[in-house]
Ligand binder design. Structure first.
Ligand code: SF4
Length: 368
């Protein structure tokens, strides 16, 4: 049975390799040697796949223009899983990318019923302030709201002429009860991805969209639609990269609506301590057994925190991995280290975020 990925669902895709085969996603590691000073997320295969990323790399290496497109759905508090994309954006910004940052307030309304006023407030106070604090210079990004962009809405309507309902149903699984704004929404997403290539936004050029695999349906649709309108607009088919989703602390997907699964960027030292202490690990039932037989970092949610965020140095990460597998370190000690590193990181981050808030509020007033 073919796999259908639901961009609005809650499950972690289980078999990344199967998804890659099924949807024609290439392994990222083949391009790693060409990437200038690759981010640790690339080196560690957190970013594991791509479509046509080679043409973005070519542009990057030849000092030609390229676009990075991303969206934020203002639907709740940011957690460390969200940081993954911001780390990538900051890296791309350092490589000279023209970054488009879309506030997906139409999606928040159609999929979650979030009013536009609330989206605006959340975008400024929760998202953009955090992005700035995480090292992305949001003042140098093209930030816009879907609901305010005439160009995006107009393009979505125009492109929808060559997409039919059967296709949307096959990709997204829409049924008779699906509301029409939800059904139309993917066309807004396609227009988000393609509009930087309109003449008034700089014309056709390579574009990459860094996403979790759950967002792939939007990418496949965007590429198909771009091909159908190539004669009129000269679109370069958008490229994409795929990262593994950071699993929740208790094993399931990290989610803003399930506080125990995630460490939020606003969490206190006490919250961090409690959540990491309760996290699922790859340890043994007793300390004695673990000292003797070692543990399994690949089953451990705390280890994932190290891989994704807490230990950027590859050598140090490898040392910790060896210590875990050989029983040199046991889970209690290892969790204490994770608590210490996360607390230090979030304390510094929260101070930076506070300083970034006023700028973010001003920014949402003037963007298109
Ligand atoms: Fe996870 Fe650390 Fe325990 Fe290994 S020692 S299983 S990395 S908590």
């Amino acid at each position: 049975m073919p796999i259908r990925i639901d961009p609005w669902g809650a499950a972690i895709p289980e078999d990344y390799a199967r998804l890659m085969r099924e949807f024609g996603i290439e392994p990222f590691e083949k391009l790693l040697a060409r990437a200038p000073n690759p981010h640790y997320l690339m080196r560690r295969k957190v970013i594991f796949g791509h479509r046509d990323f080679g043409r973005v790399l070519d542009a990057m290496l030849k000092d030609k223009k390229f676009v990075v497109m991303t969206g934020l759905m203002p639907s709740g508090r940011m957690h460390v899983g969200h940081k993954l994309v911001i780390d990538q954006l900051a890296w791309y910004q350092g490589q000279g990318a023209d970054i488009y940052l879309c506030v997906a307030d139409l999606e928040a309304y159609s999929a979650r019923g979030i009013p536009f006023g609330e989206s605006k407030k959340l975008a400024a106070e929760e998202y953009l302030a955090n992005y700035q604090a995480l090292g992305l210079d949001v003042g140098r990004c093209n930030v816009y709201f879907q609901s305010r962009s005439d160009a995006v809405r107009h393009l979505a309507f125009l492109l929808a002429k060559r997409v039919n309902f059967s296709e949307m149903r096959a990709i997204y699984g829409f049924v008779g009860e699906s509301n029409i704004s939800h059904i139309f929404y993917p066309m807004i997403d396609v227009a988000d991805i393609l509009h930087p290539q309109l003449e008034e936004f700089g014309g056709p050029r390579p574009t990459v969209v860094p996403v979790g695999i759950d967002q792939d349906p939007h990418l496949r649709l965007a590429r198909d639609v771009a091909a159908r309108f190539q004669r009129e607009f000269g679109f370069v088919l958008p490229s994409s990269t795929y990262h593994r989703l950071l699993p929740g602390l208790m094993g399931e997907k990290m989610s803003s609506s399930k506080p125990k699964t995630a460490i939020f960027l606003t969490d206190s030292a006490e919250d961090i301590k409690k959540k990491i202490k309760d996290a699922f690990t790859g340890g043994r039932p007793t300390a004695a057994e673990q000292r003797k037989y070692g543990a399994d970092p690949d089953k451990c949610r705390v280890y994932e925190l190290y891989v994704y965020h807490l230990i950027p140095d590859d050598k140090k990460l490898l040392d910790l991995r060896k210590a875990c597998k050989s029983g040199v370190i046991i889970c209690g000690e290892c969790k204490s280290l994770a608590i210490e590193l996360m607390t230090k990181f979030l304390k510094a981050h929260q101070a930076k975020r506070k300083r970034a808030e006023a700028g973010a509020k001003k920014l949402v007033e003037k963007v298109y």
